[in-house]
Write a protein that binds this ligand. Structure first.
Ligand code: HEC
Length: 239
């Protein structure tokens, strides 16, 4: 009986710090939502901001696949580690005046510590480390995945359902009419149809632009092309 009690007690003692760490990381994963619209954890998947994969030990402004760094960040000489990242996330403008990250900072020290605990694991190099790191967190990871698939990230533009495959676009006065592969044609006020390009991994095949609904009312959409020269080639001025 005693042995059992001791064993159970010892078990609690050894697992408590591990659990505490996991708690911090999963709180941090929640805080990472503030960063997700602009930063991915996948290598070289850049959005508004650079991918954060492999962040620790990296020189600031040095990710070669990201072409939009400010001169201020590039010439800052910072190497990213626990301390520099804590200062950056406290107040980016104070640490690197003139940087281009539109983010005010996180003033709560606990929240920063949690976020860094999560990021340190999730940005470790290796084969798909962030996915593996997320798996044990179960519900949370699944929810984040769902969120990214449903709202934040675009659908897979390389294998589109017919209702999203653009076949033709005409332009008449102030109206675009977009015909899709399911045979339907939708009309959009010109200010409500956004023409975008994505030449990257997430973009459509060339010559196969995608119609992606935007907003709640069904009156707005994006057409995403693989390259800018496709835009005027696809749109025919005709009433
Ligand atoms: C609205 C978009 C946006 C949000 C939100 C955002 N960032 Fe950024 N981030 C950027 C941009 C843009 C840059 C590049 C800044 C520059 O070049 O001056 C950047 C740069 C960085 C860098 C430097 C990376 C490098 O390669 O040197 C880190 C680290 C970083 N962000 C972390 C975060 C974290 C963590 C969060 C969430 C708490 C966050 N960012 C929120 C857009 C954003």
């Amino acid at each position: 009986m005693h042995c059992l009690v001791v064993a159970v007690f010892a078990g609690v003692l050894t697992s408590a710090p591990v659990l505490a760490q996991q708690d911090a990381a999963s709180r941090g994963e929640r805080d990472f939502r503030a960063c997700m619209p602009c930063h991915s954890l996948e290598p070289d998947r850049n959005m508004t901001g650079p991918s954060l994969a492999g962040l620790w030990g990296r020189k600031a402004g040095s990710l070669e696949s990201f072409e939009r760094y400010s001169d201020a960040l590039k010439s800052s000489g910072i190497i990213w580690d626990d301390r520099s990242l804590d200062a950056w996330l406290t107040d980016p403008d104070r640490m690197v005046p003139g940087n281009d990250m539109p983010f005010n900072g996180i003033k709560d020290g606990h929240a920063r510590a949690d976020l860094l605990a999560f990021l340190k694991e999730a940005t470790k190099p290796g084969p798909e480390p962030q996915r593996n790191a997320r798996a044990p967190m179960g519900g949370m990871g699944g929810m984040m995945g769902g969120m990214m698939g449903g709202g934040g990230r675009d659908p897979d533009l390389k294998s589109l359902e017919p209702s999203m495959q653009v076949k033709a676009i005409t332009y008449c006065h102030d109206t675009y009419r977009v015909t899709t592969a399911d045979g339907k044609t939708g009309a959009f006020w010109e200010r409500n149809l956004r023409l975008k390009t994505d030449s990257g991994r997430d973009g459509p095949h060339s010559g196969a632009p995608a119609l992606v609904p935007a907003g709640m009312m069904g009156d707005r959409a994006d057409v995403i092309f693989a390259a800018p020269d496709e835009i005027s080639k696809t749109i025919e001025g005709r009433c």
